[in-house]
Ligand binder design. Structure first.
Ligand SMILES: [Zn+2]
Length: 206
């Protein structure tokens, strides 16, 4: 995905400047103002606001003014005009930050949930359990428990491996477990979990 970072503006307030005449045509109540919020976006998702932009146009002579074009006296009137003073940066300009924070909290939570569940399951091996292993090559693969006899846990290794742990579903299919058999003791499996080689345990819940 291409990531685009840039700035964008959005109209957040408009109205008529009260008590200020046009310096160009002396028109009364002819100055229309607009306030824009300027914000940084990443691939069109607003990240945070960087400021406000003030624009003004005379409906009579069509001349445009910036805030800086007004006299000190008029500037004072502008900043104290109620709608202008109370114009707030909209919350949604920060939605990107909220999404990022939400995602981080979600990731941390699921990490701890997974760790807790894996710890629970490693101590109660069950026929049919699929252990997800992180191999020292960086790839992920799985082993499946065939049978358990006393302290011996008989497993079959998956013929396939994947680079992304999220692709485990694609390789965890019955036909991928063929003839690579391996036997572990409970202690060995717990050690593999403690060394973070076993990263999660999939169990069919009936
Ligand atoms: Zn004018």
């Amino acid at each position: 995905m291409m990531v685009l970072v840039g700035t964008q503006t959005s109209l957040i307030q408009e109205g008529l400047l009260s008590g200020i005449d046009c310096v160009n045509c002396s028109g009364e109540n002819s100055l229309n103002f607009r306030i824009y919020s300027k914000y940084v976006h990443i691939t069109m998702i607003p990240l945070f606001a960087v400021g406000k932009i003030f624009e003004c146009e005379c409906s009579n002579c069509k001349k445009e003014f910036d805030y800086e074009d007004f006299s000190e006296n008029d500037k004072q009137k502008i900043v104290t005009q109620k709608e202008i003073k109370e114009t707030e940066t909209p919350w949604w300009t920060y939605s990107g930050i909220a999404i990022v924070i939400g995602f981080i909290i979600f990731s941390i939570n699921s990490y701890f949930d997974n760790d807790k569940l894996t710890k629970e399951r490693i101590n109660t091996p069950t026929t049919g359990d699929v252990y997800v292993l992180k191999l020292d090559t960086g790839y992920y693969s799985t082993i499946k428990i065939d049978t358990i006899a006393h302290d011996s846990i008989y497993t079959t290794e998956n013929e396939f491996k994947t680079y992304l742990s999220s692709d485990i579903d694609d390789i965890d299919t019955p036909e991928n477990y063929t003839n690579k058999k391996e036997t572990y003791s409970k202690k060995e499996l717990i050690e593999l979990f403690e060394k973070d080689i076993i990263t999660s345990i999939r169990r069919k819940e009936y």
